[in-house]
Ligand binder design. Structure first.
Ligand SMILES: Cc1ncc(COP(=O)(O)O)c(C=O)c1O
Length: 367
Protein backbone atom coordinates (compact mmCIF):
# COMPACT_ATOMS: atom_id res chain seq x y z
CA UNK A 1 0.00 0.00 0.00
CA UNK A 2 1.51 3.31 -1.07
CA UNK A 3 0.36 5.60 1.71
CA UNK A 4 2.47 8.44 0.35
CA UNK A 5 0.17 8.43 -2.69
CA UNK A 6 -2.78 9.00 -0.38
CA UNK A 7 -1.15 11.97 1.31
CA UNK A 8 -2.22 15.52 0.65
CA UNK A 9 -0.04 16.61 -2.31
CA UNK A 10 1.62 19.56 -0.56
CA UNK A 11 2.76 17.31 2.30
CA UNK A 12 4.52 14.68 0.20
CA UNK A 13 7.89 16.42 0.29
CA UNK A 14 7.90 17.66 3.88
CA UNK A 15 11.33 17.19 5.41
CA UNK A 16 10.69 16.27 9.06
CA UNK A 17 12.59 17.99 11.87
CA UNK A 18 15.90 16.25 12.59
CA UNK A 19 16.86 16.65 16.26
CA UNK A 20 20.37 16.53 17.73
CA UNK A 21 21.45 12.91 18.13
CA UNK A 22 20.35 11.54 21.52
CA UNK A 23 23.08 10.13 23.80
CA UNK A 24 21.59 6.59 23.81
CA UNK A 25 21.48 6.55 20.01
CA UNK A 26 25.17 7.36 19.61
CA UNK A 27 26.01 4.69 22.18
CA UNK A 28 23.94 2.09 20.32
CA UNK A 29 25.09 3.02 16.81
CA UNK A 30 28.81 3.10 17.52
CA UNK A 31 29.11 0.77 20.50
CA UNK A 32 30.57 3.69 22.39
CA UNK A 33 31.14 2.77 26.02
CA UNK A 34 32.79 5.95 27.33
CA UNK A 35 31.09 9.08 28.61
CA UNK A 36 29.16 11.02 25.98
CA UNK A 37 28.89 14.82 25.94
CA UNK A 38 25.78 16.04 24.13
CA UNK A 39 26.35 19.60 22.97
CA UNK A 40 23.89 19.44 20.09
CA UNK A 41 20.46 20.74 21.13
CA UNK A 42 21.12 23.93 23.10
CA UNK A 43 19.85 22.25 26.23
CA UNK A 44 20.85 23.32 29.71
CA UNK A 45 23.69 21.02 30.87
CA UNK A 46 22.24 20.96 34.39
CA UNK A 47 19.01 19.35 35.63
CA UNK A 48 16.26 21.62 36.97
CA UNK A 49 16.88 23.03 40.47
CA UNK A 50 15.89 20.81 43.43
CA UNK A 51 12.66 22.72 44.15
CA UNK A 52 11.41 22.15 40.59
CA UNK A 53 12.17 18.43 40.79
CA UNK A 54 10.25 18.33 44.10
CA UNK A 55 7.24 20.04 42.47
CA UNK A 56 7.36 17.46 39.65
CA UNK A 57 7.48 14.60 42.14
CA UNK A 58 4.59 16.07 44.14
CA UNK A 59 2.42 16.11 41.01
CA UNK A 60 2.85 12.41 40.24
CA UNK A 61 0.08 11.27 42.59
CA UNK A 62 -2.49 13.22 40.55
CA UNK A 63 -1.72 11.81 37.12
CA UNK A 64 -5.10 10.06 37.01
CA UNK A 65 -6.61 13.55 36.51
CA UNK A 66 -6.45 15.59 33.30
CA UNK A 67 -4.39 18.77 33.49
CA UNK A 68 -5.90 22.24 33.62
CA UNK A 69 -6.85 22.70 29.98
CA UNK A 70 -5.78 26.30 29.40
CA UNK A 71 -2.87 26.21 31.91
CA UNK A 72 -4.83 28.77 33.95
CA UNK A 73 -2.55 28.89 37.01
CA UNK A 74 0.68 28.87 35.03
CA UNK A 75 -0.71 31.75 32.93
CA UNK A 76 -1.51 33.65 36.13
CA UNK A 77 2.00 33.06 37.51
CA UNK A 78 3.64 34.04 34.22
CA UNK A 79 1.54 37.20 34.09
CA UNK A 80 2.75 38.19 37.54
CA UNK A 81 6.34 37.23 36.74
CA UNK A 82 6.33 39.32 33.55
CA UNK A 83 4.13 42.18 34.77
CA UNK A 84 1.38 41.73 32.15
CA UNK A 85 -2.33 40.83 32.28
CA UNK A 86 -3.04 37.06 32.48
CA UNK A 87 -5.18 37.32 29.33
CA UNK A 88 -2.05 38.05 27.32
CA UNK A 89 -0.40 34.72 28.12
CA UNK A 90 -0.77 31.46 26.20
CA UNK A 91 1.03 28.26 27.24
CA UNK A 92 2.03 25.64 24.70
CA UNK A 93 3.57 22.19 24.49
CA UNK A 94 6.93 23.89 23.97
CA UNK A 95 7.13 27.21 22.15
CA UNK A 96 7.31 25.01 19.06
CA UNK A 97 3.62 24.24 19.42
CA UNK A 98 2.82 27.95 19.43
CA UNK A 99 4.73 28.43 16.14
CA UNK A 100 2.60 25.66 14.67
CA UNK A 101 -0.65 27.05 16.12
CA UNK A 102 0.08 30.50 14.71
CA UNK A 103 0.34 29.00 11.25
CA UNK A 104 -2.78 26.88 11.72
CA UNK A 105 -4.82 29.78 13.02
CA UNK A 106 -3.79 32.45 10.55
CA UNK A 107 -2.33 31.06 7.32
CA UNK A 108 -4.52 30.85 4.20
CA UNK A 109 -3.35 28.95 1.09
CA UNK A 110 -2.35 32.17 -0.69
CA UNK A 111 -0.55 33.76 2.27
CA UNK A 112 3.21 34.09 2.63
CA UNK A 113 5.49 33.57 5.63
CA UNK A 114 8.68 35.62 5.88
CA UNK A 115 11.61 34.44 7.98
CA UNK A 116 15.41 34.66 8.08
CA UNK A 117 17.75 31.95 6.78
CA UNK A 118 19.61 30.24 8.31
CA UNK A 119 17.39 30.31 11.36
CA UNK A 120 15.17 27.99 13.38
CA UNK A 121 14.41 25.05 11.11
CA UNK A 122 10.77 24.85 12.21
CA UNK A 123 9.77 28.00 10.23
CA UNK A 124 10.30 26.32 6.83
CA UNK A 125 8.61 23.20 8.18
CA UNK A 126 5.41 25.05 9.15
CA UNK A 127 5.38 26.80 5.77
CA UNK A 128 5.62 23.38 4.09
CA UNK A 129 2.91 21.94 6.32
CA UNK A 130 0.59 24.79 5.37
CA UNK A 131 1.59 24.48 1.70
CA UNK A 132 2.31 28.19 1.40
CA UNK A 133 5.08 30.33 -0.01
CA UNK A 134 8.06 30.68 2.31
CA UNK A 135 10.07 33.84 1.79
CA UNK A 136 13.57 33.19 3.15
CA UNK A 137 15.68 36.27 3.75
CA UNK A 138 19.44 35.58 3.93
CA UNK A 139 21.43 36.71 6.96
CA UNK A 140 24.20 39.25 6.46
CA UNK A 141 27.38 38.62 8.46
CA UNK A 142 25.48 35.93 10.40
CA UNK A 143 22.90 38.54 11.53
CA UNK A 144 19.24 38.97 10.62
CA UNK A 145 18.80 41.64 7.97
CA UNK A 146 15.58 43.28 9.18
CA UNK A 147 15.69 45.93 6.44
CA UNK A 148 15.73 43.19 3.78
CA UNK A 149 13.01 41.30 5.65
CA UNK A 150 10.84 44.40 5.54
CA UNK A 151 11.47 44.74 1.80
CA UNK A 152 10.48 41.07 1.36
CA UNK A 153 6.98 41.80 2.70
CA UNK A 154 4.23 41.70 0.07
CA UNK A 155 0.45 42.22 0.26
CA UNK A 156 0.25 38.45 0.88
CA UNK A 157 2.54 38.36 3.92
CA UNK A 158 0.69 37.12 7.01
CA UNK A 159 3.39 36.09 9.50
CA UNK A 160 6.99 37.24 9.96
CA UNK A 161 9.25 35.21 12.26
CA UNK A 162 12.08 37.10 13.92
CA UNK A 163 14.36 34.74 15.80
CA UNK A 164 16.13 36.86 18.39
CA UNK A 165 18.75 35.86 19.37
CA UNK A 166 19.01 33.78 16.23
CA UNK A 167 19.44 30.02 16.21
CA UNK A 168 21.95 28.82 14.85
CA UNK A 169 24.15 31.94 14.73
CA UNK A 170 23.63 33.27 18.28
CA UNK A 171 23.55 36.86 17.00
CA UNK A 172 20.83 39.39 17.86
CA UNK A 173 19.00 42.35 16.37
CA UNK A 174 18.94 45.61 18.32
CA UNK A 175 16.07 47.68 19.63
CA UNK A 176 16.74 50.34 16.95
CA UNK A 177 16.66 47.76 14.16
CA UNK A 178 13.38 46.36 15.50
CA UNK A 179 11.89 49.87 15.84
CA UNK A 180 12.76 50.60 12.21
CA UNK A 181 11.27 47.28 11.14
CA UNK A 182 7.98 47.92 12.95
CA UNK A 183 7.71 51.53 11.85
CA UNK A 184 4.85 51.79 9.34
CA UNK A 185 4.43 48.01 9.09
CA UNK A 186 0.92 46.85 8.14
CA UNK A 187 -0.99 46.05 11.33
CA UNK A 188 -2.52 42.86 9.86
CA UNK A 189 0.88 41.15 9.73
CA UNK A 190 1.66 39.02 12.77
CA UNK A 191 5.24 39.61 13.90
CA UNK A 192 6.43 36.67 15.99
CA UNK A 193 9.56 37.35 18.03
CA UNK A 194 11.00 33.95 18.85
CA UNK A 195 12.97 34.57 22.04
CA UNK A 196 13.81 31.03 23.14
CA UNK A 197 17.23 32.22 24.39
CA UNK A 198 16.04 35.54 25.84
CA UNK A 199 17.33 34.92 29.38
CA UNK A 200 20.91 34.44 28.15
CA UNK A 201 20.95 37.75 26.26
CA UNK A 202 22.69 40.56 28.14
CA UNK A 203 23.22 43.18 25.41
CA UNK A 204 22.08 46.62 26.62
CA UNK A 205 20.33 47.32 23.30
CA UNK A 206 18.39 44.03 23.18
CA UNK A 207 14.74 44.93 22.38
CA UNK A 208 11.97 44.72 24.98
CA UNK A 209 9.23 43.21 22.82
CA UNK A 210 6.73 42.97 25.69
CA UNK A 211 6.97 46.75 26.02
CA UNK A 212 6.62 47.10 22.23
CA UNK A 213 3.39 45.09 22.37
CA UNK A 214 1.72 48.10 24.03
CA UNK A 215 2.09 50.13 20.83
CA UNK A 216 2.07 47.20 18.33
CA UNK A 217 -0.82 44.79 19.04
CA UNK A 218 0.26 42.58 16.12
CA UNK A 219 3.38 41.40 18.00
CA UNK A 220 3.65 38.02 19.71
CA UNK A 221 6.67 37.11 21.84
CA UNK A 222 7.55 33.43 22.21
CA UNK A 223 9.58 32.16 25.15
CA UNK A 224 10.29 28.77 26.67
CA UNK A 225 11.04 26.79 29.81
CA UNK A 226 13.29 24.50 27.71
CA UNK A 227 16.52 26.45 27.91
CA UNK A 228 17.40 28.48 31.03
CA UNK A 229 14.85 26.55 33.13
CA UNK A 230 16.27 23.12 32.13
CA UNK A 231 12.85 21.69 31.18
CA UNK A 232 13.40 20.64 27.53
CA UNK A 233 12.21 17.14 28.38
CA UNK A 234 8.80 18.31 29.59
CA UNK A 235 7.78 20.52 26.64
CA UNK A 236 6.47 23.80 27.95
CA UNK A 237 6.72 27.25 26.37
CA UNK A 238 4.59 30.38 26.33
CA UNK A 239 3.71 33.52 24.46
CA UNK A 240 2.78 37.10 25.28
CA UNK A 241 0.43 38.87 22.87
CA UNK A 242 -2.82 40.78 22.49
CA UNK A 243 -5.65 38.93 24.36
CA UNK A 244 -7.64 38.54 21.11
CA UNK A 245 -4.71 36.68 19.56
CA UNK A 246 -4.64 34.44 22.65
CA UNK A 247 -8.32 33.62 22.01
CA UNK A 248 -7.47 32.52 18.44
CA UNK A 249 -4.68 30.24 19.71
CA UNK A 250 -7.06 28.60 22.21
CA UNK A 251 -9.50 27.94 19.37
CA UNK A 252 -6.99 25.81 17.44
CA UNK A 253 -5.06 24.06 20.21
CA UNK A 254 -5.77 20.53 21.37
CA UNK A 255 -7.59 20.04 24.66
CA UNK A 256 -5.10 19.59 27.52
CA UNK A 257 -2.17 20.60 25.29
CA UNK A 258 0.20 21.02 28.25
CA UNK A 259 0.53 18.12 30.65
CA UNK A 260 0.12 18.32 34.44
CA UNK A 261 3.79 17.82 35.26
CA UNK A 262 4.87 20.51 32.81
CA UNK A 263 2.43 23.02 34.31
CA UNK A 264 3.54 22.28 37.88
CA UNK A 265 7.21 22.42 36.88
CA UNK A 266 6.73 25.72 35.05
CA UNK A 267 5.11 27.28 38.11
CA UNK A 268 7.89 26.05 40.41
CA UNK A 269 10.52 27.22 37.92
CA UNK A 270 9.15 30.77 38.15
CA UNK A 271 9.03 30.66 41.97
CA UNK A 272 12.68 29.59 42.11
CA UNK A 273 14.08 31.55 39.21
CA UNK A 274 16.42 33.42 41.57
CA UNK A 275 18.30 30.17 42.06
CA UNK A 276 18.25 29.17 38.38
CA UNK A 277 19.41 32.51 37.12
CA UNK A 278 22.77 32.09 38.85
CA UNK A 279 23.55 29.74 35.95
CA UNK A 280 23.41 32.59 33.43
CA UNK A 281 26.77 33.94 34.60
CA UNK A 282 28.47 30.57 34.27
CA UNK A 283 27.04 30.17 30.76
CA UNK A 284 28.43 33.56 29.72
CA UNK A 285 31.91 32.84 31.14
CA UNK A 286 32.04 29.36 29.56
CA UNK A 287 30.70 30.64 26.24
CA UNK A 288 33.47 33.24 26.00
CA UNK A 289 36.06 30.60 26.89
CA UNK A 290 34.86 28.17 24.22
CA UNK A 291 34.59 30.98 21.69
CA UNK A 292 38.16 32.14 22.38
CA UNK A 293 39.40 28.54 22.03
CA UNK A 294 37.66 28.10 18.67
CA UNK A 295 38.85 31.47 17.37
CA UNK A 296 42.41 30.43 18.36
CA UNK A 297 41.99 27.37 16.15
CA UNK A 298 41.10 29.60 13.20
CA UNK A 299 37.30 29.22 13.30
CA UNK A 300 35.00 32.08 12.52
CA UNK A 301 32.65 32.33 15.52
CA UNK A 302 30.01 35.09 15.61
CA UNK A 303 29.56 36.69 19.06
CA UNK A 304 26.64 34.95 20.76
CA UNK A 305 23.85 36.11 23.08
CA UNK A 306 22.77 32.54 23.78
CA UNK A 307 24.00 29.23 25.21
CA UNK A 308 25.54 28.06 21.91
CA UNK A 309 28.10 29.06 19.29
CA UNK A 310 28.24 28.71 15.54
CA UNK A 311 31.73 27.65 14.44
CA UNK A 312 32.70 27.97 10.79
CA UNK A 313 35.98 26.17 10.03
CA UNK A 314 38.68 28.04 8.12
CA UNK A 315 39.12 25.37 5.45
CA UNK A 316 35.49 24.81 4.47
CA UNK A 317 33.53 21.55 4.50
CA UNK A 318 35.08 18.70 6.44
CA UNK A 319 33.91 15.90 8.68
CA UNK A 320 34.61 17.40 12.09
CA UNK A 321 31.15 16.63 13.49
CA UNK A 322 31.62 12.94 12.59
CA UNK A 323 35.10 12.85 14.08
CA UNK A 324 33.80 14.44 17.27
CA UNK A 325 31.03 11.83 17.46
CA UNK A 326 33.60 9.06 17.11
CA UNK A 327 35.12 10.53 20.27
CA UNK A 328 31.81 10.73 22.14
CA UNK A 329 31.02 14.40 21.60
CA UNK A 330 27.76 15.28 19.84
CA UNK A 331 27.53 18.69 18.16
CA UNK A 332 25.12 19.84 15.45
CA UNK A 333 26.17 19.63 11.81
CA UNK A 334 25.04 22.81 10.08
CA UNK A 335 24.51 21.42 6.55
CA UNK A 336 20.67 21.49 6.87
CA UNK A 337 21.01 25.17 7.78
CA UNK A 338 22.86 25.89 4.53
CA UNK A 339 26.24 26.10 6.29
CA UNK A 340 28.06 22.99 5.08
CA UNK A 341 31.15 22.21 7.15
CA UNK A 342 30.10 24.43 10.05
CA UNK A 343 28.95 23.18 13.44
CA UNK A 344 26.82 24.52 16.25
CA UNK A 345 28.06 23.69 19.72
CA UNK A 346 25.99 24.16 22.87
CA UNK A 347 27.68 25.28 26.07
CA UNK A 348 27.97 22.33 28.45
CA UNK A 349 29.42 21.94 31.92
CA UNK A 350 32.95 23.34 32.36
CA UNK A 351 34.33 19.77 32.12
CA UNK A 352 32.40 19.08 28.89
CA UNK A 353 33.54 22.35 27.35
CA UNK A 354 37.15 21.63 28.28
CA UNK A 355 36.89 18.17 26.74
CA UNK A 356 35.35 19.63 23.57
CA UNK A 357 38.15 22.18 23.18
CA UNK A 358 40.88 19.63 23.91
CA UNK A 359 39.42 17.23 21.33
CA UNK A 360 39.08 20.01 18.78
CA UNK A 361 42.73 20.97 19.25
CA UNK A 362 43.77 17.35 18.67
CA UNK A 363 41.56 17.03 15.58
CA UNK A 364 42.73 20.27 14.00
CA UNK A 365 46.42 19.58 14.68
CA UNK A 366 46.29 16.11 13.11
CA UNK A 367 44.62 17.36 9.92
C1 LIG B 1 14.80 29.57 18.18
C2 LIG B 1 14.02 28.49 18.81
N1 LIG B 1 12.70 28.63 18.93
C3 LIG B 1 11.94 27.68 19.48
C4 LIG B 1 12.51 26.52 19.96
C5 LIG B 1 11.61 25.48 20.52
O1 LIG B 1 11.65 25.46 21.88
P1 LIG B 1 10.62 24.61 22.73
O2 LIG B 1 11.43 23.57 23.40
O3 LIG B 1 10.02 25.60 23.67
O4 LIG B 1 9.61 24.04 21.81
C6 LIG B 1 13.88 26.31 19.87
C7 LIG B 1 14.48 25.08 20.35
O5 LIG B 1 15.61 24.78 20.21
C8 LIG B 1 14.66 27.33 19.27
O6 LIG B 1 15.97 27.19 19.12
Amino acid sequence: MDFKKLMRPHLKNVRPYVPGKPIEELRRERNFTGEIAKLASNENPYPPVREVIDAITAELGQLNRYPNSGSYYLCADLAEFLGVEPGRIFVGNGSNEIIDLLARAFINPTDEIVYPFPSFIVYPIVAQLMGVKAVEVPLVDYRLDLAAMKTAITPRTKIVFICNPNNPTGTYVTKDEVDRFLDGLRSDIIVAFDEAYYEFADAADFPDTIELLKSHPNIITLRTFSKIHSLSGLRVGYSISHPDLVTCLHMVRQPFNVNRIAQAAGRAALRHFDKTKERIGENRAQLEKVRAGLVDLGFEVPPSQTNFLLAVPPEGPGNLTEELMNRGIIVRDMSPFGLAGAMRVSIGTPAENERFLKTMRELIRTR
